[in-house]
Design a protein around this ligand. Structure first.
Ligand code: CA
Ligand code: CA
Length: 145
């Protein structure tokens, strides 16, 4: 088994997808989780590439949020699109990052991601509330690379 397959159990993956679905009930924003076995070089730069490859920069309100995890380094990045960052500024994601980091330190990766998703969803809902014409613009499943 690769490190990637060991990172989350099937059940944990289901719980994460469910957390995304629930979070998106309260916001038009789109949250995705991408996990990758190894990331060479700069994690943030790579997360930005993944953001583009997943077409997360194509949402109507530019309110996609990616939680990217490099499994080999136990590192993660939260990357939000321009629409969000223009409104809220750089410090917006600090609380979400702290929540995830405290779980990751203990090796609780699924819990960290789920709480991070809940936290991000709550923050998003304040600035991008759910509307009746909302569509699920980005798949809620975990993508892997
Ligand atoms: Ca949506
Ligand atoms: Ca979605």
């Amino acid at each position: 088994m690769s490190a990637l397959e060991d990172f989350l159990t099937a059940k944990e993956e289901q719980n994460i997808v469910e957390a995304i679905r629930k979070a998106e009930k309260n916001t038009s924003g789109e949250i995705r989780v991408h996990i990758e076995s190894t990331c060479e070089g700069n994690t943030l730069e790579h997360a930005m590439e993944v953001f583009h490859v997943l077409k997360m920069d194509n949402t109507r309100d530019q309110n996609g949020v990616l939680i990217y995890v490099a499994v080999n380094k136990r590192e993660f990045v939260i990357y939000g699109d321009k629409g969000i960052n223009d409104i809220v500024g750089e410090t917006f994601w600090n609380s979400t990052r702290d929540v995830i980091a405290s779980h990751f330190k203990k090796g609780h990766f699924a819990n960290g991601l789920i709480e991070g998703i809940e936290n991000a969803g709550e923050a998003l809902s304040k600035h991008f509330p759910w509307t009746h014409d909302d569509i699920d613009e980005l798949d809620n499943s975990i993508s892997k690379g």
